[in-house]
Design a protein around this ligand. Structure first.
Ligand code: SF4
Length: 356
């Protein structure tokens, strides 16, 4: 039996298959039933393709739709509202969701056209789009990527797409963290499937994607986000809304007792060069030989947060049994100093670098 808190992590670059495998090995099956209306909420913050690192790969939604249909769910829709100033319908088109909607015969709803209702949690009243409430089961499909204000964005912050534009502006005026935590108390997603394929290194708008090749499934979005924070080099304390969300009962933080199931961990995809000036700069500090993308991306995220990089760091299966100075991951265990893990999390690499 799969426990509610379980995080299922699949290492693969085959997006559809990775999504289906992650779902099969999660507890989603026990949560859905044929008569349900299920709403999918991707991250289409703006009209840029998923390869930019900004938006959710449509292949994940496609796999999810086929999984739901295989389990008898017929009433499925995709809902989203892009950020203020951007056109959701354009994002649906550019990001491949218009084509997906036609192919899979699933309706798309631009929440900017929706009516809003008031929901309260703690000290806040929120204007939430009706469509996000008129559903039996809300599946969040965020991208794991950086954010210029909250440092990271994943499950909890992606829920900002179900509020009105006026409310989005108010969230920024309120400093984002507290309202994000309370919004997830007021309306929480029923399940999340996280796009960890190539989220952006520095900015929610994309342009600096880093190949990570991971799909993560979880029921508890606070547990999922706190797990993902470590993948990006952050501790729970770095992301204010995480501990707050746990404190007010929106979910439980990931810790050593949280079951984490890894799939294909012995067969992780090999890193492929990412574009972007920042990544090119950081790659100057990396010696790479057959590195898995999960390991390489963790190192890139850690280096991006490191003020003083102590020297060249080696990463990859090509370093197995070889000696050297600084290594990242168990493949470099014969090095003078190395970070344990296969792959290590970015937060662990950062700690290692700081200690040097
Ligand atoms: S330690 Fe080696 S096998 Fe493990 S993720 Fe890193 S490069 Fe891949």
């Amino acid at each position: 039996m799969i426990c509610m808190a379980q995080i299922t992590v699949n290492y693969s670059s085959n997006i559809k298959q990775a999504t289906l495998e992650a779902l099969e090995n999660s507890n989603l099956k026990s949560l859905i039933s044929p008569g349900m209306k299920v709403s999918l909420k991707p991250n289409l913050v703006l009209g840029k393709p998923a390869s930019s690192g900004a938006t959710t790969h449509p292949e994940i939604a496609e796999a999810l739709i086929s999984y739901l249909r295989d389990h008898g769910v017929r009433d499925i829709e995709i809902i989203e509202s892009s950020w203020v100033g951007d056109d959701t319908k354009r994002a649906f088109r550019v990001c491949g969701y218009e084509a997906l909607g036609k192919k899979a015969k699933v309706p798309l709803f631009d929440l900017k056209d929706d009516k809003c209702v008031k929901l309260s949690a703690g000290e806040y009243d929120f204007e939430v789009c009706k469509k996000a409430l008129d559903t039996d089961f809300l599946i969040n499909i965020p991208v794991l990527k950086a954010h210029c204000q909250t440092l990271m964005t994943c499950c909890l912050k992606n829920m900002k797409g179900v509020i009105s534009d006026m409310e989005k502006r108010r969230f920024h005026a309120m400093g984002l963290h507290r309202p994000i935590a309370f919004l997830n108390k007021a309306i929480s997603s029923s399940f999340s499937i996280i796009d960890g394929i190539c989220g952006d290194l520095t900015f929610e708008e994309g342009g600096t994607p880093v190949a990570r090749n991971m799909i993560i499934a979880a029921e508890d979005s606070v547990a999922a986000d706190s797990y993902c924070a470590a993948l990006m080099g952050f501790s729970v304390e770095d992301i204010e809304y995480l501990s707050l969300a746990a404190e007010i009962g929106a979910g439980r933080l990931f810790d050593e007792s949280t079951p984490a199931l890894e799939l294909n961990s012995g067969d992780k995809p090999i890193f492929a060069k990412s574009n972007g000036e920042e990544i090119r700069r950081l790659s100057g500090f990396i010696a790479e030989s057959q590195a898995c993308s999960a390991c390489y991306s963790a190192l890139v995220f850690a280096l991006n947060r490191c003020r003083r990089i102590p020297g060249k760091i080696s990463v990859g299966q090509g370093f197995k049994g070889k000696s050297g100075a600084l290594g990242c991951g168990n493949c470099t265990c014969a090095f003078d100093k190395y970070v344990k893990g296969c792959p290590p999390k970015a937060v662990e690499i950062l700690e290692f670098l700081k200690a040097l």
